[in-house]
Design a protein around this ligand. Structure first.
Ligand code: ADP
Ligand code: MG
Length: 250
């Protein structure tokens, strides 16, 4: 679904390549998290996939094709929900359909309605984003991301600004959406527990620079409960990942 082939990227103001000959891949339908210390270059990886940045060398493929040849953007959900305050919730969620084009108004209304219902916001379409709680806003942002029609969802720390209990609820909620939508999810977090709870595989980044990602299969099936995190195999992987991340601290 996603392939990085020897990708190097450098910000102009920096004197080193923050992504340095990086190769990895994600298979269709996987839920893969990337964890790593803050500032190591995780969001940069997403910006490269979304063509907000261009690699200095190497190739990035989505669905077997180079991203250079693709006009479509992939579903991208940043840390801040980025809902437009002057648009109602429904009109925010509808935006990707307007951008994609070719949908009648009634078709757009129908899809928005259906997606809002799926994320538990069926009566909230007419409200302004500021009338929603933080968790509801992230659900609306997720609905908008799904309506991009992309089979690859890039979620960049979507829950990190939420309070602890909302975050726990949103994790369970996201897994339900994933089981229903069957999209490939690439998820950034700095929270080891969150990565273990959600993912089928965890990619651990060290750096900067990011030269490679160490891949760890999460030894648990789905569905998951909070009890999953207490299983011995998960606890031992958690210790291992935390020890790895701490090694990078000054
Ligand atoms: P992460 O998401 O892992 O926290 P980022 O990918 O956002 O890290 O950024 C990694 C590093 O790249 C930052 O520490 C910063 O030094 C540098 N960086 C990020 N954005 C820019 C930019 N627009 N211009 C120059 N340097 C940047
Ligand atoms: Mg980031």
């Amino acid at each position: 679904m996603l392939i990085f082939d020897n990708v190097t990227f450098q910000y102009e103001v920096e004197d080193f390549s923050i992504i340095d000959h990086l190769s990895f891949h994600i298979t269709e339908g996987e839920f893969v998290s990337i964890i790593g210390p803050s500032g190591c270059g995780k969001s940069t990886v997403f910006r490269l996939v979304n063509r907000l940045l261009e690699p200095k060398s190497g190739r990035i493929l989505v669905g077997g094709k180079s991203i250079d040849s693709q006009k479509q953007s992939f579903g991208y959900m940043p840390q801040q929900d980025m809902l437009f305050p002057w648009r109602s919730v429904a009109r925010n969620v509808r935006l990707p359909l307007e951008i994609r084009g070719g949908f009648s108004n009634s078709e757009m209304d129908r899809r928005v309605e259906q997606t809002l219902t799926a994320v538990g916001l069926e009566n909230w379409g007419g409200k302004s984003p500021k009338e929603l709680s933080g968790g509801m806003r992230q659900r609306a942002a997720f609905a908008r991301t799904v309506l991009t029609g992309s089979n690859l969802l890039l979620l960049d720390e979507p829950f990190s600004a939420l309070d602890y209990l909302t975050r726990l609820t949103m994790r369970e909620w996201l897994l339900k959406q994933w089981e229903r939508e069957r999209k490939t999810v690439f998820f950034i977090t700095h929270d080891v527990e969150e990565a273990l709870f959600l993912s089928s595989r965890v990619l651990a980044a060290e750096g900067p620079p990011i030269t490679h990602l160490r891949s760890f299969e999460v030894p648990a099936g789905y569905p998951r409960t909070t009890g999953t995190l207490q299983e011995p195999a998960i606890l031992s992987l958690k210790e291992q990942l935390i020890a790895m991340l701490r090694r990078d601290m000054p």
